[in-house]
Design a binder for this molecule. Structure first.
Ligand code: CP3
Length: 343
């Protein structure tokens, strides 16, 4: 079977002259059309659970820029909400959740197979997108990795150093590992359902992997990813998986083999040259332009796109940012990035 879509070709190990491109947070506040649809939906969570509007904002960056992939519009914190956590967003501050700090909090969570009713609107968004996306555009589903999602469930919010999660891990390892386990199991179910609904690739976001030290990195970043990917491969052997252990630094080495991921996404904490030499040898890479170039633009942006393209040119690669685009980005710089890459 020939793979036509460029991202699927790169994920299968093919080196392409022009790498495919998409962008983390490509549907977001830097786009006026996103802000308009979000205002129509009310708040951010209402937008996530409104399948028609969520599909509409997913399609906005595809219509404007013609990215090679679109990522389902949702959030990594919808899964803990489906498990029974309270979730709300405070404007200008970010997410808030009810906290889990002891065994009784863990015991209150629903079982992994009870998440689907709550998440049904997300699956419906995926079904709408698989009908409406241009035939050359790949649909990416996603979930947060267990450690990253656990840091929010334990602290009840985002934290600079994930202190509360590290503290629970030391004070009550059984409860901490219980949270990791239920997130691992429910993430398998969640991503499987996204695939059944039409996701062609799935991505695991471990945004806070970088704060895990020593054995903790192996036990709580690598092992859960490996379990999730192995289970997905058993059910859906043809669906590629991208893993994003942000902040892994030198520990990026060997992660294709250790996790079973088809592609490792690289943040901007390592250089493209380093990642090409030390990581791309294991399989497809994704990344890693600094998001700040989407704010500043200009010749620096052009030079960086060319440099990263050249660094990764000898192996399979998907062009992307090192992290999500920020609300203060200039939409014209996104176009400049794409034009430079494709010229
Ligand atoms: O990339 C995409 O376009 C797909 C949709 C997507 C969102 N969040 C939409 C969103 C994805 C893949 C995520 C992942 C996510 N969510 C992560 C992991 C990736 C990363 O960025 O590190 C994390 C840690 C979250 C949790 C989360 N969601 C936080 C901390 C915040 C607040 C910070 C902020 O940027 O405001 C969100 C809100 C959020 N998720 C927004 C969007 C578009 C902004 C909400 C708005 O419209 O106000």
């Amino acid at each position: 079977m020939t793979q036509q879509k460029t991202i699927l070709r790169a994920l299968a190990g093919e080196t392409l002259e022009t790498p495919p491109i998409w962008m983390m947070r490509q549907a977001g506040r830097y786009l006026p059309e996103y802000r308009a649809t979000r205002a129509q939906a009310g708040d951010f969570l209402s937008l996530c659970y409104n399948s028609e509007l969520a599909a509409e904002v997913t399609l906005q960056p595809i219509k404007r820029y013609g990215f090679d992939a679109s990522i389902l519009f949702a959030d990594i914190l919808l899964l803990p909400q489906a498990l029974g956590a309270d979730l709300w967003f405070v404007t200008g501050e970010g997410p808030r959740l009810s906290t889990i700090t002891d065994p009784s909090g863990l015991a209150k969570l629903k079982p992994a197979d009870a998440i689907h009713e709550h998440l049904a609107p997300v699956y419906e968004t995926v079904r709408i997108l698989s009908r409406e996306l241009p035939k050359e555009t790949t649909l990416i589903g996603f979930a947060g990795a267990p450690w990253t999602v656990a840091t929010y469930m334990i602290a009840g919010k985002g934290t600079p150093d994930q202190g509360p999660a590290h503290a629970l891990k030391s004070a009550d390892r059984a409860t901490f590992e219980g949270i990791i386990d239920i997130l691992t199991t429910s993430t398998i179910e969640y991503l499987s359902m996204q695939i059944d609904a039409g996701a062609e690739v799935v991505k695991l976001f471990d945004s806070w992997a970088g704060s895990l030290q020593g054995d903790d990195f192996h036990n709580y970043a690598i092992k859960p990813a490996q379990k999730i990917i192995a289970a997905l491969k058993e059910r859906h052997p043809d669906v590629p998986v991208i893993a994003f252990p942000r902040g892994a630094g030198e520990r990026y080495i060997g992660l294709h083999a250790a996790t079973g991921a088809d592609c490792i996404a690289v943040d901007d904490g390592v250089t493209a040259e380093w990642a090409a030499a030390n990581l791309q040898t294991g399989g497809c890479t994704q990344g890693n332009l600094k998001s700040s170039h989407m704010v500043t633009g200009g010749q620096d942006l052009i030079d960086e796109v060319k440099r990263i393209k050249a660094a990764f040119a000898n192996g399979p690669h998907i062009f992307n940012l090192g992290h999500g685009i920020t609300p203060d980005a200039d939409p014209e710089n996104v176009q400049l990035m794409i034009d430079t890459l494709r010229s």
